[in-house]
Design a protein around this ligand. Structure first.
Ligand SMILES: Cc1cc2nc3c(=O)[nH]c(=O)nc-3n(C[C@H](O)[C@H](O)[C@H](O)COP(=O)(O)OP(=O)(O)OC[C@H]3O[C@@H](n4cnc5c(N)ncnc54)[C@H](O)[C@@H]3O)c2cc1C
Length: 556
């Protein structure tokens, strides 16, 4: 924890040095002593300290200073750090001014110069003041703070990114907490820069205006560039399948890298509670699973580049070469595509305009708490929608699940249906689909098409979360690996047509079970044609594929 600060201000450098020395020798173990020779400079410094969330315990200023006297300084400083104790250093001749300052300007104490010996004339009084200050001092949050507004898509994107990458941060909604004095002081310290939300404040005192995930990633040390140019195994996608392959590959000696576009964990990372993964009888959150898997992979030396995206691949002899979004390249002997699937877009007027401002695809883990006491709509009838509804029901006043069909029974697991039925603030609206969404700046209402009555109903809504199935995004692999008509990658036996090996295949063996039509390029998990869309099956495929990779590498 950073030490709280004692700040002393005096334009006379001899006096400043003397008071600084005495403060440091007595309080240096517990406090950081800062000194400034100008009241205006000291006010600037206080604004910086406010942005860094530092604690200031004491302001000690000389009364006689040019441009601004001690009382003036302490009065202005009070607006920035109202909780700090304020004391004046005065000459005997200024005693009257000091006494009236105590009354008029709420100054806590005044010291006469010289204060020798400090054991008698300085420390006992300061000890009292600092004891007082400590009694009501609550150490401030020391990590990253994000200032923004709930309905800003950029703020949402950034918070989602930080949460999914397990970067701890404090969220300050400047609209919701507009009346909070702490927020007002922060905004004042930022001045005109408040126009550039979201603003990210780092504990080292630096800040990012209009912070974008990639900039923040760099700043917090997430790695986006590969350390070497060649790997035994490169894995595109850090979901359960990719992470499992990395753990098995690296633990068996393969020099392994994962390239992940958003955050390790993939879709599973968005799940509020996975209840059917073996070994976790009470269930576990996707975020927790992802965090554990990342630690496990890193323990075996896996390099994880995130956020980073693979945008194309080519083969040169036995090398598979990936181009990444920043145009850098890395090559490998074995390439694994574990890029999963992404949410299908909902086609309805208004959706794109309000995305990130009340309309969200997927779990919106960061949004659940913001939905406290509100009405939330969940669109979709699969397990992911059911889990999300259960999660939102902990915070929202009312959760409405919209499904096109007449019930959930054909699309959702029975254990989730049972949980939903037992949860009083979840309602099912069957035969319903979203016709349009409305709102200025953020979602306010949705129009729902009711297929049983052929009528459109317009209802108020604070937030809408869409879970309407997913498709792979594999366009970047066009003309490299064979895919089905929906973009899922074909592997192993799916590539054999009436016993014939795929076009261009030159090896004296069939493609391995999880191998594509390009030797040494494998596909696992949800992106694979015919895969079972489950965490356990992705993990299983990722680990099994490593066996085939060893066989492949033994002949490269
Ligand atoms: C909300 C929700 C709840 C779920 N609950 C359960 C459950 O309870 N039980 C269960 O068994 N299953 C559940 N599932 C399904 C399960 O999460 C998936 O089957 C599983 O995550 C698939 O793993 P994967 O590794 O194949 O792909 P994904 O998890 O989709 O991961 C793929 C990763 O690849 C990345 N990527 C994509 N393209 C690129 C590229 N070009 N470059 C770099 N990176 C790229 C993506 O960003 C993503 O992180 C749930 C899914 C969701 C969405």
């Amino acid at each position: 924890m950073a030490k709280p600060i004692l700040l002393t201000v005096d334009d006379d450098s001899d006096v400043l040095r003397a008071i600084e020395r005495d403060l440091r020798s007595h309080y240096g173990a517990e406090y950081r002593v800062l000194a400034s020779d100008s009241p205006l400079g000291a006010l600037d410094l206080l604004k910086q300290l406010r942005l860094r969330n530092d604690g200031v315990a004491l302001l000690l200023a000389d009364q006689r200073m040019p441009k601004m006297d001690g009382v003036g300084f302490l009065q202005e400083a009070r607006d920035i750090f109202p909780e700090a104790k304020r004391a004046l250093l005065t000459a005997y001749a200024d005693t009257n001014a000091a006494i009236s300052a105590i009354n008029d300007a709420s100054i806590n104490y005044f010291f006469l110069k010289p204060w020798d010996p400090p054991e008698e004339h300085l420390y006992p009084q300061l000890d009292d003041l600092l004891d007082d200050w400590r009694a009501s001092y609550r150490p401030a949050f020391e990590g990253i703070r994000v200032l923004g507004t709930r309905w800003s898509p950029r703020s949402y994107e950034l918070r989602d990114f930080l949460a999914r990458n397990h970067v701890p941060y404090q969220w300050v909604d400047v609209e919701l907490s507009a009346n909070d004095p702490e927020t007002s002081r922060l905004l004042e310290a930022l001045g005109p820069e408040t126009a550039n939300l979201p603003v990210v404040l780092f504990p080292d005192g630096t800040k990012l205006l209009e912070g974008a995930p990639a900039d923040v990633a760099q700043k917090v040390g997430l790695r986006t560039r590969a350390q070497t140019s060649f790997y035994d195994l490169a894995i595109v996608g850090g979901g359960p399948a990719g992470l499992a392959a990395a753990v098995y590959g690296a633990s068996e000696g393969l020099h392994t890298v994962i390239i992940e576009r958003e955050a390790p964990g993939g879709q599973a990372g968005m799940s509020s509670r996975i209840e059917n993964y073996l070994g976790f009888p009470a269930g576990l959150s996707g975020g927790d699973l992802a965090r554990r898997a990342v630690v496990q992979a890193q323990r075996f030396g896996v390099e994880i580049l995130s956020p980073q995206e693979a945008i194309s691949v080519r083969t040169e002899g036995s090398y598979r070469i990936l181009t990444l979004a920043d145009r850098s390249e890395l090559s490998c002997h074995a390439l694994m595509i574990a890029s999963g699937v992404q949410w299908r877009r909902l086609e309805a007027p208004g959706i794109d305009r309000l995305q990130g401002a009340g309309v969200y695809y997927g779990g919106g883990a960061t949004e659940a708490i913001s939905c406290k006491d509100e009405t939330v709509y969940v669109v979709g009838g699969a397990n992911s929608a059911g889990q999300a509804a259960m999660n939102f029901a902990r915070y929202a006043k009312r959760v409405v699940i919209l499904v096109r069909g007449e019930s959930l029974s054909s699309t959702m697991s029975q254990y989730l249906i049972d949980q939903i039925q037992r949860t009083p603030n979840i309602e099912l609206w069957a035969h319903a689909s979203v016709a349009e969404v409305h709102g200025v700046g953020h979602l306010e209402e949705i129009s729902v098409m009711c297929s049983d009555t052929d009528k459109i109903e317009r209802v108020p809504a604070n937030a809408m979360f869409i879970f309407i199935g997913a498709l792979p995004r594999t366009d970047w692999l066009t003309n490299v690996v064979e895919r089905d008509d929906r973009g899922f990658i074909l592997t192993g036996p799916d590539l054999l047509w009436e016993g014939a090996r795929p076009k261009g295949w030159t090896l004296e063996r069939d493609p391995f079970l999880l191998e594509t039509n390009v030797p040494g390029i494998f596909a696992v998990g949800d992106v694979r044609h015919g895969s079972v869309k489950r965490v356990a099956s992705g993990v299983g495929e990722g680990s099994v594929a490593v066996q085939f990779i060893h066989q492949y590498l033994s002949k490269v």
